[in-house]
Design a protein. Structure first.
Length: 442
């Protein structure tokens, strides 16, 4: 009994020590909020899959896939650089608020550009995607363009280390849409247009609340514009071009499935992605929380890497066993084809999650050239494999293409991470004699 009491006291002491760590608290809060957001997302998907049916749910998924593809380009490196500059200005709240105001104005302008592109895309959507969503894109182009604000909110919260605001945004963006959907169902009316309206308005309101909680300043922005421009030129645009290449190619899978197969399979594919999101979410939450600390570190702590890997492996095993049961419970037997995609999609999540800390570490150290190279390589392999495998094997081909491309991406990230660690080690070695000589002169 004495030994048991000692072990309990030791465990309690360890728990208190861990909880006092700001990193662990922030990671826990962000992950819990994102998981809660995913749970709300499951509820939203359950309502949509059961109320719209496979056909309209496929059109719903294809509409968002097209909008996300277009809004992906609405960055130009400003949001990536914005996060870095905000982190560098953490000692000057006034300068941070001015920079946030500048970023909000830029995001609204980019939203209008995205809306115009979506309206233009509506005239070519049938031959390109084989999806009758032309009227939907024309009616909802402005609301769909506002999806640009997603990247802005994440960048601002990451740069200011306001993880609580990001957590709240993750919850509200799902919760507000769900409330509006329930209202439509209670009124006895629910169709594709109302589903889109509820989700988009809920997201927009949440983004506004999150951004204006920072009390942005919209005057005296000349210095903020100059700082942002300098960082975009040296870092942000390099990351942007890489992200555009990799993410755009990654998002083409849904569009190619729509073109070569049908929109119903797009719905199945996006449901499989929804199920694996909790795996990647933890890795992303941990890496986002550590972003500012990575900037001052010479390497990633082994505990961080092992914690991330252990979580991903446990989830891979759990999803392989419980995934088919979850699909039947949440979405019904009409979506049984999704079970065929889960084994390979859990591998996709595993590879993506392992890459997250490495990617954030390279970004925190301003290694835009390395990130651009990895993104371009990922793009080339992703596009090549998608165009080969999707026409041959349909949705399953898209899953295999993603897994192979992400494996190459992980190996390349590991290579560049080792190079950066070596560079930082050499810099510290060179600085040591200089410091010693300075001390002797003093």
């Amino acid at each position: 009994m004495t030994r048991i009491r000692r072990k309990l006291r030791a465990a309690q002491s360890l728990g208190n020590t861990l909880w006092r760590s700001r990193t662990i608290r922030q990671t826990s809060h962000l992950y819990v909020s994102q998981i809660a957001g995913l749970v709300l997302g499951f509820v939203v998907s359950m309502i949509n899959t059961r109320s719209l049916g496979p056909g309209d749910f496929g059109l719903f998924s294809t509409t968002f896939a097209a909008a996300e593809f277009v809004t992906l380009f609405m960055d130009f490196g400003f949001f990536s650089s914005g996060a870095r500059v905000l982190a560098l200005k953490r000692q000057s709240p006034q300068a941070q608020r001015q920079l946030i105001g500048l970023l909000v104005l830029m995001a609204l302008g980019l939203t209008l550009v995205a809306a115009a592109l979506l309206w233009g895309l509506s005239f070519f959507v049938m031959p390109l995607l084989n999806a009758p969503i032309q009227n939907v894109l024309r009616c909802f182009c402005v609301l769909l363009g506002l999806l640009t604000l997603q990247s802005l909110v994440e960048s601002v919260c990451r740069g200011t280390n306001q993880i609580g605001t990001l957590s709240l945004f993750n919850l509200m963006s799902r919760g507000c849409g769900l409330v509006l959907m329930i209202g439509c169902l209670a009124a006895g009316r629910y169709d594709l247009s109302l589903a889109l309206t509820a989700n988009l308005i809920g997201f927009f309101c949440s983004a506004l609340i999150a951004l204006f909680s920072f009390r942005p300043i919209f005057v005296g922005l000349n210095q903020s514009l100059e700082d942002l421009r300098q960082d975009v030129r040296t870092y942000g645009f390099k990351v942007y071009t890489g992200d555009i290449a990799s993410t755009a190619s990654y998002r083409t899978d849904s569009l190619l499935i729509s073109h070569f197969v049908d929109t119903t399979r797009v719905g199945y594919y996006r449901l499989a992605n929804l199920l694996i999101n909790p795996m990647i979410t933890f890795s992303r939450s941990l890496s986002t929380t550590l972003f500012s600390k990575f900037a001052g570190s010479s390497r990633i702590s082994a505990r961080v890497l092992w914690c991330n890997a252990g979580w991903l492996i446990a989830c891979t095993i759990g999803m392989s066993v419980l995934g088919p049961v979850l699909i039947r419970i949440f979405f019904g037997s009409k979506y049984d084809p999704v079970t065929q995609l889960l084994p390979i999609m859990t591998v996709v999540a595993l590879l993506s999650g392992l890459t997250q800390p490495l990617n954030m570490f390279l970004g925190a150290h301003g290694k835009g050239s390395y990130l651009r190279t990895t993104a371009l390589v990922l793009t080339a392999f992703n596009l090549l494999l998608n165009f080969i495998m999707i026409p041959l094997w349909g949705v399953l081909g898209a899953c295999y293409a993603s897994a192979l491309a992400l494996l190459i991406n992980l190996l390349l990230h590991l290579r560049y991470y080792r190079l950066v660690v070596a560079e930082l080690g050499e810099g510290a070695t060179r600085a040591r004699p200089t410091a010693t000589a300075g001390a002797m002169l003093g």
